[in-house]
Design a protein around this ligand. Sequence first.
Ligand code: FPP
Length: 243
Amino acid sequence: MSPPAPTQYKFGKIPKHVAIIMDGNGRWAKAKNMVRVQGHRAGAESVREVVKAAGEFGVKYLTLYAFSVENWKRPKTEVQTLMGLLENFLRDELPELIKNNIRLQAIGRLSDLPENVRDQLHQCIQATRANTGLILILALSYSGRVEIIEAVHSILREIKLGHLDSAQIDEQVFNHHLYTRYYPDPDLLIRTSGEMRLSNFLLWQLSYTEIYITPTLWPDFRRQHFAEALIDYGNRQRRFGSL
Ligand code: FPP
């Protein structure tokens, strides 16, 4: 695998795993007298740019909160637009993902997704499975609480089958039952649009994650803003609860 290309930025330590809550599409559109779905369309452009930049900057895992379980409650037209954007992204970006050695993965209740989106998603996951660069993880129909409850059910099933003794349950065992069992916990969480909330995102995994909140709205968040977040992270001291 070739190392990432040099960039003009002076990064300190690069986070191995970056997670992003992409917020502010609606406000971006409103500020421009546009309809909300235009904000989502512009947001999809930011996704393309940030994914490419993450690979170039040497980030190994990038998790994007693209659609939450709660987002199904939005008006039907908005949900349809988001699903359409997702399908287009998966279809149009596949050659780019392959060219840039990016592997696609997804977490969440994927069975909730419309069949066409699910098919496109599985096709992309299959087509990129041997790629060794950035691992792009889309959180789709995702809820941190649902993930934890599903992990509890999965552990109970193993106990019932006699594959696990309840005395063996510890953080590592629990972790193995989460959607994210194949990935390290995020080092950096970025949230755009200035909101100070976790919004049910990666509740278990973010325990020791550094948080970076920027007022920039997601459709305006591009390569330069992503680089600034990484530079900020590079200046932090992580102690994981010790001194
Ligand atoms: C939050 O903004 C954003 C979302 C709910 C969806 C994120 C989707 C995209 C960025 C585009 C499609 C994704 C991919 C992967 C191609 P909001 O609507 O809550 O904004 P607001 O808080 O300003 O109303």
